[in-house]
Design a protein around this ligand. Structure first.
Ligand SMILES: NC(=O)C1=CN([C@@H]2O[C@H](COP(=O)(O)OP(=O)(O)OC[C@H]3O[C@@H](n4cnc5c(N)ncnc54)[C@H](O)[C@@H]3O)[C@@H](O)[C@H]2O)C=CC1
Ligand SMILES: NCC(=O)COP(=O)(O)O
Length: 359
């Protein structure tokens, strides 16, 4: 069944508008003004801030404040339903305020609660600024992904980004070099700590979650996963690092013995070439920039981020707060559109029984 066949099912998407000094609010407003938000989208943020930004950018958007559980107004280009969360202090595009860290986290809490309580089918997150959240009094904060893991009380989640061509359920295999799904073993931590974080139990959990969610959410019957080594040349037989021989290979051997289609560890530089990518459904990279630099080269602006392993659907953009562009109305809303479309599609698949229960 093609995803489009389930397209008539109505879904509700909670779109958190992100760091108020960044581009999240204006991307939301740009899509609202164009009538390009999927039906059932409700923004989460400060209604007054959104109205002021719309006026400043000359965007004809009427903000309609409603509460979770209340019916959405009928779909209308130029109307943006908003679940209100008050800013803690005034926000100016391009200027971070630590006082608004609590505001940004509250928008996430509202969306998470709405998903868990059935008031929303999925959440889509505009970018937040990780540094200002830490400086605003939340020292352990490293990103949405880890925040959602803790808020949803699950032990492990997987960050996976995918280019638009690889996002949709009806495209389970590779359709070209730019169709790329990249998942990460480690996410937001200093490079110095990466090697120590790659343990056998973590690698096994992440690989199993990735495999399970490629089946469960993307409908790929027998996912093929290619795993990067950590070191140059995948350790060069132990002469350029021992993690491949000591940790990665034994875990992958055990998973292969169970029948999982997992290749690797392969040297990351050659894994990311068309010949190798053609035959896999996802690449598992060892750390953030090993995987995401390639993904962004292939599809920046038309890719989305998906958190696997959660009891809710969460997608996000492939970019950050772009403080340099905030307030100008020149940022590209492409990735936000892709993230919204993916959230809607995964929600419809879940409703129509095409997504199997987790576990
Ligand atoms: N999902 C999220 O919440 C994410 C948040 N971030 C956060 O964003 C902040 C800034 O990160 P950076 O590394 O500077 O990345 P960034 O993505 O904000 O900016 C990198 C470059 O891309 C440009 N850019 C970004 N989005 C664009 C768009 N939609 N249209 C046109 N150009 C765009 C920017 O102008 C800049 O030149 C950091 O605090 C980071 O943690 C980064 C990635 C994801
Ligand atoms: N570069 C991707 C990224 O940082 C995503 O972070 P988050 O979605 O966990 O906030």
């Amino acid at each position: 069944m093609h995803a489009g066949e389930a397209g008539s099912l109505a879904v509700k998407l909670a779109l958190t508008t992100g760091e108020p000094a960044g581009i999240g609010p204006e991307l939301t407003l740009m899509l609202a003004a164009q009538g390009a938000l999927p039906p059932g989208t409700v923004a989460v943020g400060d209604p007054e801030m959104l109205a002021v930004r719309a006026r400043a950018l000359g965007l004809a958007v009427r903000i309609e404040t409603i509460s979770p559980g209340e019916a959405l107004p009928s779909l209308n280009a130029g109307v943006l339903p908003v679940w209100p969360v008050p800013l803690r202090t005034e926000s100016v595009p391009g200027h971070l305020e630590t006082a608004n860290a609590a505001y940004v986290l509250e928008t996430l809490d509202v969306a998470i609660a709405a998903c868990l309580q059935g008031h929303a089918d999925a959440m889509v997150t505009a970018p937040l600024h990780k540094g200002v959240i830490v400086e605003g009094g939340f020292p352990g904060f490293t990103g949405h992904t880890e925040y959602l893991r803790d808020a949803c009380k699950v032990d492990e989640v997987v960050m996976m980004l995918a280019t638009e061509q690889a996002l949709h359920a009806q495209v389970p295999g590779w359709t070209g070099e730019s169709a790329l799904r990249v998942a990460l073993v480690t996410t937001h931590l200093p490079l110095r700590k990466v090697a120590d974080a790659i343990t056998a139990p973590r690698l096994e959990r992440i690989a199993r979650l990735l495999h399970a969610d490629l089946k469960r959410q993307f409908g790929i019957a027998a996912p093929r996963i290619a795993v990067c080594g950590l070191n140059p040349h995948a350790g060069e037989g132990g002469h350029l690092g021992h993690e491949e021989q000591a940790i990665i290979t034994p875990v992958l051997d055990a998973l292969r013995a169970e029948g999982l289609l997992i290749e690797g560890p392969l040297p990351a530089d050659t894994l990311f070439t068309p010949r190798h990518l053609r035959d896999v459904d996802a690449v598992l990279a060892m750390y953030h920039d090993q995987g995401l630099a390639v993904l962004k080269y292939a599809g920046f602006g038309r890719a989305a981020n998906l958190t696997l392993g959660l009891p809710l659907v969460r997608t996000s953009v492939d970019h950050g707060t772009a403080l340099d562009l905030a307030g100008r109305g020149s940022a590209d809303p492409g990735s936000l559109q892709v993230a919204l479309a993916l959230a809607a599609e995964l929600s419809r698949r879940k409703h129509s029984g095409q997504v199997h229960p987790a576990g």
